[in-house]
Design a protein. Structure first.
Length: 219
């Protein structure tokens, strides 16, 4: 199948890859656009892995306020140079990550940030769920580890399905951007704020404390 300039341009617009890379991918997949995108993604992930050890001391700290002002996010995303930090593509990535945090409520950036005490507690809960199931211990342990993996996918930002495209994770989104911009990119930290969060609990605790004090006085 003949690969036209229009096909190459369309693939380039969808992936941000170079002209020759797009033409090669289309040739290898016989003009199938979706397969070509997948092929470039795989190559992009490989290219990103090579850059993962580079120091990222530039970047930006961005804020995002969800519609209605009920949820707010602060996030720091790092790259290697100020030049890349100012590009539209990097800024769009930061915006997408901010929206992801607002929508999906991750608790950590990466797996390694999750305290071992938290994982131990999760395993304890999962084991208790199957304590009277009659299943062999080895089977229960496999189930428990499977549930832990699911838990990590839910609470770690990099593991979560991207809210704009559930076919890829946030990690893949970042890796594709690394491949396209040619620099290492790292989500360093974030904070998520929900209007009124924690106030109700504090008021309840205060009410309980006042009630206890009154009871002590009346005795």
């Amino acid at each position: 199948m003949a690969i036209t300039a229009q096909m190459v341009q369309e693939l380039r617009e969808k992936t941000g890859a170079g002209i020759m890379d797009c033409k090669r991918a289309l040739t290898e997949t016989e003009g199938d656009l979706e397969k070509a995108i997948e092929a470039l993604r795989k190559k992009g992930l490989a290219a990103a892995a090579k850059k993962s050890g580079r120091i990222t001391s530039e970047g930006t700290i961005a804020s995002y306020i969800h519609t209605g002002g009920k949820i707010g996010v602060l996030v720091e995303v790092n790259c290697e140079t100020d030049f890349v930090a100012r590009t539209n593509q990097f800024q769009q990535l930061v915006k997408d990550i901010s929206m992801q945090i607002a929508a999906a409520n991750p608790l950590y950036v990466k797996d390694e940030e999750v305290p071992e005490s938290v994982l131990a507690k999760e395993r304890e809960i999962y084991r208790a769920q199957f304590s009277n199931s009659g299943k062999p211990e080895k089977v229960i342990e496999n189930i428990v580890e499977g549930k832990v993996k699911t838990y990590l996918k839910e609470v770690c930002l990099y593991n979560q399905p991207f809210v704009k495209d559930a076919e890829k994770t946030v990690q893949q989104l970042v890796s594709e951007t690394i491949a396209q911009l040619g620099e290492n990119i790292n989500i360093r930290r974030f904070a998520r704020f929900v209007l009124g969060e924690g106030i109700e609990k504090k008021e309840k605790d205060l009410a309980q404390e006042v009630a206890a004090q009154r009871q002590a006085v009346n005795q």
